[in-house]
Design a protein. Structure first.
Length: 136
């Protein structure tokens, strides 16, 4: 299926399926959930407003590569489960990169961090994934 043939709803369903059962690792593991941005192009200020977070909340903007780097290659000697999860993360990243442009990751907060990965779909909609990470 060509990227242009995939509707936003179909892509969100594919993301849901690809992320099913994956937990994003941090001090407290959380699921990855499909996400549709309901506004114009996302920005740190718009993200904070949409999440109901204080304007002074720190927001780090990073890349999908930086976000997923720790989970794409399991450590030497990793067991079968870790290898399978890494393969699933690679498929998830491939799905995002095939169907979305301008991928960017917003990390909002300290310690208990909202993570939203968004990219632009051919329709103009901003779609992606969201999760939480805990970093103390």
């Amino acid at each position: 299926m060509q990227a242009s043939d995939t509707s936003p709803e179909d892509l969100l369903a594919s993301l849901e399926e690809a992320a099913q059962g994956l937990l994003f690792p941090s001090e407290s593991d959380h699921p990855l959930r499909p996400f549709r941005w309901a506004g114009d192009a996302p920005s740190p200020a718009a993200l904070l407003a949409a999440q109901g977070l204080a304007a002074e909340t720190p927001v780090e903007v990073t890349t999908a590569g930086d976000l997923f780097a720790p989970v794409l290659e399991p450590p030497d000697g990793a067991g079968d489960a870790a290898l399978a999860d890494a393969a699933r993360y690679r498929r998830l990243v491939d799905l995002l990169e095939r169907h979305l442009t301008d991928l960017r990751v917003y990390r909002a907060g300290r310690v208990d961090i909202d993570v939203i990965l968004l990219g632009r779909h051919a329709s103009g909609a901003w779609l992606g994934l969201r999760t939480k990470v805990v970093e103390t």
